[in-house]
Design a protein around this ligand. Structure first.
Ligand code: ADP
Length: 485
């Protein structure tokens, strides 16, 4: 890996705590594996819960001075960090693909997407406006101000090793908070490289800490039980989100949760089918199906079902599976063996309940964690995939006749993150967009992520929003000041 980088020093394997690059007190490390090749690419510091506690103490000390700065000063640091991330985009992308597997073109895109949050929230820092409310009595003046919560802690997943951290650290620092993050143990290198560039950008020592650790539950407990931490932000499964929310209850901690999805992707009979196929490929197969906004259930109206299936097959058969570092690769490996098992389980279950295989359907000839992109037709609601996120390259096509019926099916889930549909009729577009019980609706588009819009779910997909002018509220408290004159 080092040979491919113009700055090999961006490969950092020590933890970043209190502005220093440290080993674990007990000297432990864990391996980071390239999922495409199966080889160990780094050994990274494996912090204990006590080490993480130190990081939180340092963060508290740094936060006070940071919050006291003028917003414009904080903004300058975030802007510089954005610039450095973009200057080093290629190296960061190489590191990401090596540890995560996604094709280089997607890694480059993710680095730019992650960096965009630093740019955006650097600007928003200056606009954390309060409010003046006419007093309720002649002698009363009412003011509302926004203040940073204090020390925020984050736990992030492996599917977006850079952006899931950037989406949290940017609003946290912009608001005047400190931020301690535990990156997923599959992908700590992207997080540590970001920290290195943050240090160069002038992020004060201790304000941002990266605490790699294999002990996910121990670190989760430290984040919830340490009285210094006042805010927990998590991106990952609903199952782990529930555990963290329960733990956070003891300290009545403010929580943001970006949890699982089960996105419906609906193609109505008045849709532009070519556009719908393009959108389905982007939103089902990006990151090899391993995103929480990936289409999980594809509903196609009866009149266009066969035509859509045929066009989708052609597009899927043109995807190129391979090592993300090789030119032309559009689908990388899955992250780990249990991810491959889940795809196989959903596929086997669907076939046993009446689905028909249209293309793919087995481990890829490349072996390892590679799996063929797969489509089945004849999917129905008794299948596992109807209720459970596959998180892999498996596209089940459900047939429907009626608009109200497909809305009911789309909403028949505990999840409510992203949804998508393709249609042209204006009243249908309006009605369906309003009826879908999701935090995000993509209309005639399969790509919805941007720093300028509020990303987040309803129902059991989460709490809070990341990005947009709303994103900073998750890191601020409102204070109401009543003055008698
Ligand atoms: P994924 O399918 O993305 O791995 P998880 O919810 O299992 O979803 O993991 C998301 C993040 O949460 C990862 O960094 C993981 O290590 C961490 N994690 C898993 N279990 C716990 C836990 N009990 N407490 C805190 N963090 C956890």
């Amino acid at each position: 890996l080092a040979g491919r980088l113009s700055r090999p020093d961006l490969i950092c394997t020590k933890a970043y705590v209190g502005g220093k690059w440290i080993d674990a007190t007990d000297g432990k490390t864990f391996d980071v594996v390239n999922p495409a090749r199966g080889d160990v690419i780094a050994q990274v510091t494996d912090l204990s819960r006590e080490d993480v506690s130190d990081a939180i103490t340092h963060a508290q000390a740094a936060q006070k001075d940071w919050a006291a700065l003028a917003a414009k000063e904080r903004s300058k640091v975030l802007r510089k960090w954005f610039d450095l991330l973009m200057e080093n985009q290629e190296d960061l992308a190489q590191i990401m693909t090596a540890e995560q597997g996604k094709p280089l073109v997607e890694s480059r895109g993710e680095v730019a997407y992650g960096a965009s949050f630093l740019e955006w929230f650097g600007e928003e820092a200056k606009r954390a406006y309060g409010q003046t409310i006419p007093g309720h009595m002649a002698d009363k003046r009412i003011q509302v101000i926004k203040q940073p919560i204090g020390v925020a802690a984050g736990i992030t997943p492996w599917n977006f090793p850079n952006a899931m951290i950037a989406r949290k650290v940017a609003p946290a620092l912009a608001a005047g908070c400190a931020f301690v993050v535990r990156p997923a143990s599959q992908t700590p290198l992207s997080a540590l490289a970001m920290a290195k560039l943050g240090e160069e950008a002038g992020v004060p020592a201790g304000l941002f800490a990266v605490v790699p650790s294999e002990d996910a539950s121990g670190v989760g407990k430290e984040f919830c039980e340490n009285p210094i931490v006042r805010k927990l932000t998590f991106t990952g499964s609903t199952q782990v989100g529930r555990i963290l929310l329960k733990q956070a209850a003891d300290q009545v901690m403010k929580c943001s949760m970006e949890l699982g999805g089960n996105a419906p992707f609906i193609v109505f009979d008045d849709a532009d089918l070519d556009a719908a196929v393009e959108g389905a490929i982007a939103c089902k197969f990006r990151n090899n199906g391993q995103t929480c906004v990936c289409a999980n259930r594809i509903y196609v109206q009866a009149g266009v079902y066969d035509a859509f299936a045929e066009k989708l097959k052609t597009a899927v058969d043109a995807l190129k599976v391979g090592d993300g570092l090789e030119d032309g690769t559009t689908l990388g490996p899955l992250i780990e063996p249990k991810a491959v098992e889940k795809v196989q389980e959903h596929l086997k279950d669907a076939l046993s309940k009446g689905a028909t295989l249209l293309t793919g359907g087995k481990p890829h000839a490349l072996g390892g964690m590679f799996f063929e992109p797969t489509i089945v037709t004849g999917a129905n609601k008794t299948m596992q995939v109807a209720t459970d996120e596959t998180f892999g390259p498996f596209a089940p096509l459900f047939k429907f006749d009626d608009e109200d019926d497909v809305i009911a099916q789309a909403n028949d889930t505990i999840f409510g993150l992203a949804s998508y549909f393709y249609a042209k009729d204006l009243s249908r577009v309006t009605k369906v967009a309003e009826a879908l019980e999701y935090g995000i609706v993509g209309v005639n588009t399969g790509i919805i992520s941007t720093e300028v819009a509020p990303f987040g779910g309803v129902k059991q997909s989460g709490l809070g929003r990341e990005g947009s002018s709303h994103g900073m509220d998750d890191y601020m408290e409102m204070k109401y000041i009543c003055t008698s004159v």
